[in-house]
Write a protein that binds this ligand. Structure first.
Ligand SMILES: Nc1ncnc2c1ncn2[C@@H]1O[C@H](COP(=O)(O)OP(=O)(O)OP(=O)(O)O)[C@@H](O)[C@H]1O
Ligand SMILES: [Mg+2]
Length: 342
């Protein structure tokens, strides 16, 4: 069983300083929601409120429609994997996973439950190993097994993978998502890693300055950001100002209803053309080969900043050189604008 989670108009101050303002969040039962945002934007504080470690000044936290304000953390049926919620190194793997079952006096056949959980996180047979002998990735799996052992209604994760190197982190992302899907536990996760947020989440919530800036599916947030902050925050972006007459240099578009706004163009929306091809003229100023893709910076006459272009790598010998003149075309299937931030 898992529950839907809702935060309604929640504000929180600590020591007279406002940390969270009017936070609203709806997490459907069984879904995976990621809180994303710059450092200090209030992500961990929001998780701490959900966990019951902090009490809001105003607003409500509801689990399955029930206000949990009178429930202490231990009674909220949570699984928690926080960065600093460490595994006990002097205990064995099995003792670590069994810990919440004993502490919460859950069930009696702990042995089976522990074995099942370790099987789930692909650490079957590790019961007797001392936690201090495990690798970083294995420790995170033990932390996850421990968090899931008591069959929580809600799983809270605060940067659970951030200590791992890139390859292990990516492998663990898939595993974590597969486990979450298998057991269907409502999950609220905090990350700094945009790729992690975009790839794992049913819903992405971007926080900024203690407020929810926007919530939506990863695709919505990426393709239709509501603000300049969001457009810049999620991935790379080119923002082209729309002039008073609706023109949008260097593109050949007229957007008279978007005067004064910014046209959002992602780097992969441009196509590199031959110098006699369609589009506008540009000069390549920087080329980064990134494996499957190329990241280019190009300068454009009468445009102040370099534009960023991402293009698929077309095979050996195809990488263009800095200094090369090209043309850039753009697919106008839809145009999306944001207002400039003040
Ligand atoms: N106990 C506290 N006392 C005072 N200020 C706090 C406390 N906890 C958090 N803050 C402040 O609240 C703001 C939000 O902190 P929070 O830890 O939620 O940010 P975050 O989004 O998780 O950032 P990061 O990505 O760096 O982990 C920060 O300005 C932080 O300094
Ligand atoms: Mg944090």
């Amino acid at each position: 069983m898992s529950l839907d989670v809702e935060i309604k108009d929640m504000s929180l101050s600590i020591g007279g300083t406002r940390i969270l303002t009017d936070v609203n969040l709806r997490v459907p039962q069984g879904s995976f929601v990621t809180l994303l945002g710059p450092s200090g934007s209030g992500k961990s504080t929001t998780l701490n409120v959900l966990a019951g470690f902090l009490t809001p000044d105003k607003g409500q936290v509801l689990f399955g429609g029930q206000d949990v304000k009178d429930l202490p953390p231990g009674a909220r049926q949570l699984g928690i994997v926080f960065q600093n919620y460490a595994i006990f190194p002097h205990m064995t793997v099995g003792e670590n996973v069994r810990f919440p079952l004993v502490a919460q006096r859950i069930g009696t056949d702990h042995h089976k439950r522990v074995a099942d959980m370790l099987e789930l996180v692909k650490l079957g047979g590790f019961e007797k190993r001392r936690a201090s002998t495990l690798s970083g990735g294995q420790l995170q799996r033990v932390a996850l097994a421990r968090a899931l052992a008591a069959q929580p209604q809600v799983l809270l994760l605060d940067e659970p993978l951030s200590a791992l190197d890139k390859q292990l982190r990516e492998a663990m992302q898939s595993e974590l998502k597969a486990i979450q899907r298998e057991i269907g536990v409502t999950t609220i996760s905090v990350t700094h890693d945009q790729a992690e947020a975009l790839s794992m989440s049913d819903l992405v919530v971007v926080m900024n300055g203690g407020r929810v800036e926007q919530a939506g599916t990863a695709e919505e947030m990426y393709c239709r950001p509501g603000t300049e902050f969001l457009a810049r925050f999620l991935g790379e972006v080119n923002l082209l100002p729309v002039a008073a007459d609706g023109s949008c240099h260097p593109l050949d578009v007229r957007a008279t209803d978007a005067t004064g706004r910014l046209l959002v163009i992602r780097p992969e929306d441009f196509r590199i053309e031959k110098i006699d091809g369609p589009g506008f003229k540009a000069t390549i100023t920087d080329v980064q080969f990134q494996g499957g893709t190329l990241r280019l910076e190009v300068s454009v006459p009468q445009f102040p900043a370099p534009l960023v272009v991402r293009s698929p790598y077309a095979g050996y010998g195809s990488i263009p050189q800095a200094g090369e003149n090209v043309r850039l075309s753009h697919d106008f299937s839809f145009l999306h604008f944001v207002d400039p931030a003040d």
